[in-house]
Design a protein around this ligand. Structure first.
Ligand SMILES: *Cc1c(COP(=O)(O)O)cnc(C)c1O
Length: 407
């Protein structure tokens, strides 16, 4: 049977303490115990349903975690204060001194910097590979490898990981496959395809209103329990726990995620097709010209489309900057990093979100100066948006003057 992630979210039923239609927010950092024995058992991890201290978990965080686990089809989940606050403990829980990671080279700049510059201090080494080349991935595995890390759809180049094949490689070598699914919630369900752990920055599409940060680790009960262990759990001990007020607000936003993703995808698909028709260098997984179009299609939950992210290469950083400034001026969106907002957001990743990646490596992976990453918004009239964008492109000499339609 087909996996239906939005149904899984819909089917959850939680009432508030007084029958409220929303679960009550746990406005407490600590919790009382009726008996001292229960407190001891809770610390030992043996008292189900008892809360200890909100860094460990809180009722509100559990509600959100369960909704995210339902969406990803994993046994359970642990929410975190940020996406990095989910990714870093997940990696550190699985890797210690002497261990090795095989990671996609086109990943979020922060994750890249963590693996490239930070974890070597703990004697964890990473080999960065072209994740779309399965032979290279397998060849990079050595006897110390513990983890294969990738993004389902990569930031910012929109490379698509063949999760089924990567899961087979991981299984064969007894490794864990960790997939950051921030760019493709609902569209791709990595755990259904064999991933062991699914990560998200909730800051992006899932919350969708650019008003808070958040992250989540979705996985097995055993793995999540290990992350929360008071003795050696990376989430518990590194402490990037989410605040209950925030998890309550993210849970409410999550209920419209399926509607938003459909609109983001519809708008992005439309713009990508129009841009490509104009002869612009457009990358969008929903275009037949995208090298991984077929793989994305084979993995996707169809109704959600190919996601809200697309990139345009306009030739030079100067042109990219001029275009972005003009588009902001015309209120087509904001010149800002991040993604998944109701307004279109655009930035030049080479000089912003991926600036952690050295210039020569950026070149090698195809991250050019003139690249603009668009997170397409929820615009109701995307045709109007396109016409105005086209005019902006004419004004900054990306398109020829003949293409100008509006004055
Ligand atoms: C933003 C982002 C992150 C980091 O999330 P934060 O919430 O900013 O900590 C990780 N991975 C991807 C793909 C992202 O886009």
């Amino acid at each position: 049977m087909k996996f239906k992630p939005a149904n899984k979210i819909q089917d959850l039923q939680y009432f508030g303490e007084f029958g409220g239609v929303n679960p009550s927010i746990s406005d407490s950092s600590t919790y009382t115990f009726l008996s001292a024995k229960t407190m001891f058992d809770t610390f030992e991890g043996n008292a189900d349903g008892c809360y200890l201290y909100s860094r460990h978990t809180s009722p509100s965080n559990l509600y959100l975690g369960e909704a995210l686990a339902a969406m990803e089809g994993t046994e359970t989940a642990n929410v975190a204060a940020t996406g990095m606050g989910a990714i870093t403990p997940a990696l550190l829980q699985l890797c210690g001194a002497g261990d090795h990671v095989v990671s996609s080279r086109t990943i979020y700049g922060g994750t890249y910097a963590f693996l490239k510059n930070f974890t070597p201090r703990m004697n964890i080494e990473t080999t960065f590979v072209d994740i779309t080349n399965l032979e290279t991935v397998e060849a990079a595995i050595n006897e110390n490898t513990k983890v294969i890390f990738c993004e389902a759809v990569s930031n910012p180049l929109l490379e698509v990981a063949d999760i089924k094949s990567l899961a087979e490689i991981a299984k064969k070598h007894n490794l864990k496959l960790l997939v950051d699914n921030t760019f493709s919630p609902l569209s791709i369900s990595p755990a259904e395809l064999g991933a062991d752990v699914v990560l998200h920055s909730l800051t992006k599409f899932i919350n969708g209103s650019s008003d808070t940060m958040g992250g989540v680790i979705c996985g097995t009960q055993d793995f999540i329990d290990s992350l929360r262990s008071v003795n050696d759990g990376a989430s518990m001990l590194l402490g990037s726990s989410m605040d209950s007020m925030r998890s309550a607000s993210i849970l409410k936003n999550m209920r419209t995620l399926h509607i938003r993703i459909k609109q983001h995808s519809k708008n992005a698909q439309y713009l990508a097709e129009q841009f490509e028709d104009l002869g612009l260098k457009t990358v969008y997984p929903g275009l037949v010209s995208h090298p991984s179009h077929e793989i994305f299609k084979s993995m996707m939950n169809e109704e959600y489309g190919f996601g809200g992210l697309l990139t345009l290469d306009v030739g030079s950083l100067d042109k990219a900057n001029a275009l972005m400034e003009l588009m902001q001026n015309k209120n087509l969106g904001y010149l800002a990093v991040s993604l998944g907002f109701y307004k279109t957001l655009f930035s030049a990743p080479g000089s912003s979100t991926s600036s952690e990646i050295p210039e020569d490596e950026q070149k090698e992976m195809g991250l050019t100066d003139g690249l603009i990453r668009f997170s397409i918004g929820l615009d109701n009239d995307i045709e109007r948006t396109f016409q105005t964008m086209k005019d902006c492109m004419v004004k900054v000499n990306i398109l020829k003057p003949e293409l100008q339609e509006l004055v």
